[in-house]
Design a protein around this ligand. Structure first.
Ligand code: G6P
Length: 372
């Protein structure tokens, strides 16, 4: 009903707007006044956490994209080797699992069958399983050794938005907590990052307040057949997520690529007028990849692509090559997905609406896939 949608036309719009609150709620009570993280609820002892020598993140769909971003955070802050795998692939190969492997399963619903089967497979091999879930008491957290709940609140729209942002927050918390418990070399950086993480609800709010040009752009592209998304570092999974949203909602052919792979294939797809969304890394946090992606933007533009550039405030280097420039606040590199994903959600939602599609109930898709 209209009341349930809180004045919005669609649940998805409401859920996109709720993201600052969802992020704040997921942080709530987990950062102490001393700047230290308190994740006692995770129920794995400091000793167990110190024994971990490998992490495998398992998930499906949008949750998998959160997992891809988690890898960058876990390896950088906690210094633990991390793999990310689609749940549907995991148990059909022969993953090397030991007691010291930590499985992190990410699932909004906690009911996705592929993810549940992967959890069972890992537990049979005696690996410990930490679930990141949004639905209290759902099956996956009940079967896991430990759970860190995201506090996005109920997500009704089939395409995940606020749950994704809170999954990222949970992944950052786990990575930073592992670093804290294990005492990695990034001690100083970690307390600073924890403080910056606490500011993210305000940063997401800022992004939401500047989305009108993105909506206009989306409406202008409703007649397109194909959109490419490029990113590097944590911007690569953001590009994958932007493409997934467009497939799910607008039924358009959309692909996300690692910008460094452009010359190994994707550039052959670039033709006059093709919209290409580029998620640009921070020039200060990712100096080298930033420079390389700026030349990628020049390359595709020289071939006639319509460049839609998502770049940090103050990054002037992209200005000459952006047909449309979308600004996001400058935040620490690893946290950029929290701000950079939002314009892509808005873009897909608006474009799909312009095409007359039901964004809450896309064709052929289910909120929670409980069959393998
Ligand atoms: C379905 C939904 C997606 C979701 C995926 C994983 O495909 O449509 O939005 O990302 O399942 O769901 P989960 O509940 O495990 O995160």
């Amino acid at each position: 009903s209209a009341a349930e949608k809180g004045g919005y036309d669609h649940f998805m719009l409401k859920e996109i707007a709720e993201q600052p609150r969802a992020v704040a709620d997921t942080l709530l009570g987990r950062i102490g006044v001393d700047g230290l993280l308190t994740l006692d609820e995770v129920r794995l002892s400091a000793e167990e956490l110190r024994e971990i020598n490998k992490i495998i993140v398992i998930a499906c769909g949008t949750s998998y994209h959160a997992g891809l971003i988690a890898k960058y955070a876990i390896e950088h802050w906690a210094g633990i080797p991390c793999e990310v795998e689609l749940a549907s692939e995991f148990r059909y190969r022969d993953p090397i699992l030991t007691r010291d492997t930590l499985i992190i399963v990410i699932s909004q619903s906690g009911e996705t069958m592929d993810s549940l089967m992967a959890v069972r497979h890992a537990r049979e091999q005696r690996s410990r399983v930490l679930a990141i879930c949004n639905v209290n008491g759902s099956t996956i957290p009940r079967e896991a050794d430990a759970v860190l709940y995201t506090h996005a609140g109920p997500e009704i729209a089939v395409a995940s938005t606020k749950a994704f942002l809170t999954q990222l927050v949970a992944c950052y918390l786990v990575a930073l907590y592992l670093a804290q418990v294990r005492g990695t070399k990034f001690g100083d950086e970690i307390s600073q990052i924890v403080a910056r993480l606490g500011e993210m609800p305000a940063r997401v709010e800022e992004v939401l307040s500047t989305m009108e040009p993105v909506r206009e752009l989306a409406r202008s592209l409703a007649g397109e057949r194909c959109v490419l998304f490029l990113g590097r570092h944590v911007g690569f999974p953001v590009a994958l997520e932007g493409a997934l949203k467009l497939k799910e909602l607008a039924y358009m052919h959309a692909e996300g690529f690692a910008a460094g792979e452009l010359k190994h294939g994707p550039i052959a797809l670039v033709e006059r007028g093709l919209p290409v969304v580029v998620v640009v890394p921070s020039p200060s946090g990712q100096r080298v990849t930033h420079e390389k992606i700026v030349s990628n933007i020049q390359e595709i533009r020289a071939r006639g692509a319509k460049t839609i550039v998502i770049a940090e405030e103050g990054d002037t280097s992209v200005e000459p090559y952006a047909d449309t420039l979308v600004r996001v606040p400058a935040v620490p590199t690893l946290l950029q997905p929290l701000v950079a994903t939002v314009p892509l959600q808005v873009f897909a939602c608006e474009l799909a609406t312009a095409k007359g599609h039901d964004v809450d109930q896309p064709r052929n898709l289910a909120k929670s896939v409980t069959v393998e």
